[in-house]
Ligand binder design. Sequence first.
Ligand SMILES: [Zn+2]
Length: 445
Amino acid sequence: MAGALLIALVARPGDASRHERIELSPPRLAPVGVGGAPSGGAVMTARTQRDAPDTGEYGLVPEAVTPPTRAEAAPPEAREWQSVEIAPGQTLSGAFDELGLGPSQWMPLLEMDEEGISRLRRPRAGDRIEVQSEDGELLALRLELDEFRTLSIERTGDGFEAWTLSADVERRPAFAFGRIESSLFLSGKAAGMSDRLIMSMVQVLGYDIDFALDLREGDQFIVLYEELYRDGEKLRDGEILAVEFVNRGREVHALRYEDEGGHTSYYRPDGKAVKTAFLRNPLDVVRISSHFNPNRRHPVLNTIRAHRGTDYAAPPGTPIKSTGQGKIVHAGPKGGYGNAVIVKHGGTYRTLYAHMSRIRSGVRTGKHVRQGEVIGYVGSSGLATGPHLHFEFLVNGVHRNPLTVPLPRAEPVPKSEMARFESRVKPYLAQLEALRRTQTADVSN
Ligand SMILES: [Zn+2]
């Protein structure tokens, strides 16, 4: 059952919303029933929303900057906001035309420095530009950049001033506990999880658990995650903070940690990365048509010739991803391989992708690629009987079976950061522990 954890945290005005700290309380937990605000239950109301300054009609507060004083006679609250929603293909000037504002009014805005102005220069379809104006003179403008930030501009005397308002988004910790009955999806649903949250869990744990093959009835999981609220209304589920999954008796943990450099990733309690340095497969939907086989008869050449990779059958045009980050050392035709890309991953590993219909533009020798970046598309160039991806994995120059080669983990938490890491993830582990006890107690009742 999903429920809000007891200590909800409020994004304080002025915090950059991406860097809010979630300080989970020590496990003062009790199972939370649906709609169960207990009378006089002090713990349930530990919200600090009321202490926040007045956040205005849109729940927005200026980010560090004090709004400029307004020089206009009419108080700005009294003026009407007019808005236009950018239609596909609509230009900025077309949008301002609709609002009755000429270029002399809005052109100066585009010269400003404020973050968010670039979005105003190139608005996306669906963006809503709101303005206040008087006699064809632009007085104020608002543009929602995302669910957390709004660009706000006001006329000040003979110029304009711009700032970014951060929405008062509140992150409330929540949890879900599930037990696998038939499928992960149904168990997740039964645990009150959204599709998005279930998919996040699959992504986070997918390096350790093959959800298509490994799940067993009786497997259990506990997920700690964030729910995002604005003005008291739930926007959506946020990130998974910690998850514990017991698969066939094996415990797998993933703990979210933002390192000193501001990069966020998932780690095990001992600081090892959850992610592997490589994806197992370079395609999303996988059908293997020919396995790694040192003694195979070649289908085109009809001679015994080792098959030194894995073939994935897929429709022409299916995107092919680099399975690891690295540097491209070949991108172009290569004999029987047809259009091929070779990526070098540090000094030890190389991966090769062959028979592409086309190599993605920009993928060139010397360029760097990230794990999961699309490098080309399935085809049948070179010696191929039909559209498929031929994929090779080399360790120190030796071909290995891509499906079984042990994959190295991504970088662990650096030694110098271990103390920091441990203090950050300790509350998560304590929460998981407390929830496990509570849920187990529930079951035995
Ligand atoms: Zn092949």
